[in-house]
Design a protein. Sequence first.
Length: 166
Amino acid sequence: MTGEEYLKIFKAEAEKGHVHVLAPTQMQGYTNEPSNLAEFYQLVDEVVQKGSADRNRVFLMGTSSGGLIARWLALNRPAFWRGVILVASPTSEAWTSQLKDSSGFPSVLFVQGGKDAQSSVEEAKRHVEILKQKGIDAELFLDPDAGHTHSPTWNQKIFDWIKDHS
């Protein structure tokens, strides 16, 4: 299943639970330049200002390499997000050590397939423990029989987690 095919399924299921999905699929063009990031945050702010989303319920999610972008966005502006969902995301980078001030850092959900050859379950577990030691709410949802591809069956867990953290 391609990312675009999955996004259609995710958006349809999200709408059932009154969750809006904003998916900037061309994030490769974004850099850490203030103008690019300002455009991204402005886009999210516009959705909130139009009243179609609650500012206190804005979550960030990234799948696979999109999880790397999600982590970077969370580290650079943690107070902007209510929570961060990292799905089948590579975690070998020591990103948790870059987190100097954990106060106000959003809750983090790792969603991982047990048979994922690209993203290590042990690394995800390690990062959950590091975040917890820093006082951050962190959790791992492990689907032991799944691989690297985000399974639509994970959506209910993700939506339940969003609801619990809203």
